[in-house]
Write a protein that binds this ligand. Structure first.
Ligand code: FAD
Length: 208
């Protein structure tokens, strides 16, 4: 992240650097096309450079649907509740635009897919246009975690203890992505394998 940007520097002062280490990224740029068919039929292809905030500070929630507890739960991702996340996304979109502005892309990219994106391409320093585009086009990145967060035994928050047992209950463990207290600055599958291996070791050692 470009900390010479005053807005970024001020938020890093307030929140601290959200990356887990000095060489860890804050964003990911993930290229996709609208379909493999479109790759073969190039004229109809839509190219997307997805911007991902890897270390969001905003916390979402999953709650029971009170009017019908058997219905799907209420999921609130709570995107951009923390201003740091929005600023990192602005920087991410600007980085993506810089990347696709290079000469190599020009013969492939013809027109933006929406007026909101067109406005951002025209003036990427305009935060009003940028925020309208970001809020209209944000979605999740298939990596929800944290609904049963792991915390220290004497912690006043969290759902499971470090041995994966549910606090206050006997004989019940949770072993999946939901126990990650925060999302790792990476895709989540490898972390799930680590969690599963660790839990297997603990269960084997306590069973013998
Ligand atoms: C479209 C998509 C693409 C992804 N791509 C990547 C990627 O490229 N790299 C990466 O690192 N991560 C990726 N992820 C994230 C990764 O797949 C998840 O973080 C990971 O699979 C979570 O593991 P889990 O064990 O917590 O849950 P899951 O893998 O979802 O496993 C839950 C299991 O529980 C079963 N289940 C559900 N309800 C019940 C029930 N009532 N009774 C019995 N069984 C039940 C389900 O069938 C499922 O097998 C992707 C996720 C998605 C959705």
């Amino acid at each position: 992240m470009n900390t010479s940007e005053p807005a970024v520097a001020a938020l890093f002062d307030e929140y601290g650097d959200p990356a887990p280490g000095p060489f860890s990224p804050h964003i990911e740029l993930l290229p996709t096309v609208n379909s493999f068919n479109a790759v073969q039929n190039f004229a109809n292809a839509q190219f997307t450079l997805n911007s991902v905030v890897l270390t969001p500070h905003s916390r979402g929630s999953v709650t029971l649907n009170e009017s019908d507890p058997l219905a799907s739960p209420m999921v609130d991702y709570n995107f951009y509740a923390e201003p740091l996340d929005l600023e990192i996304m602005r920087q991410s979109v600007r980085t993506a635009l810089d990347f696709i502005s290079t000469p190599e892309w020009q013969e492939f990219l013809t027109a933006p897919v929406s007026p909101l994106l067109a406005a951002v391409i025209k003036d990427s320093r305009n935060d009003t246009e940028m925020d309208a585009y970001i809020r209209a086009s944000t979605s999740i990145s298939f990596h929800p975690v944290g609904t049963c967060g792991m915390s220290a035994v004497d912690s006043n928050w969290g759902v499971v203890d470090p041995d994966f047992t549910v606090k206050g209950l006997k004989g019940l463990r949770v072993i999946d992505a939901s126990i990650m207290p925060f999302i790792p600055a990476a895709h989540t599958q490898a972390a799930v394998y680590v969690i599963a291996e660790r839990a297997a070791d603990i269960i084997k050692s306590t069973a013998s």
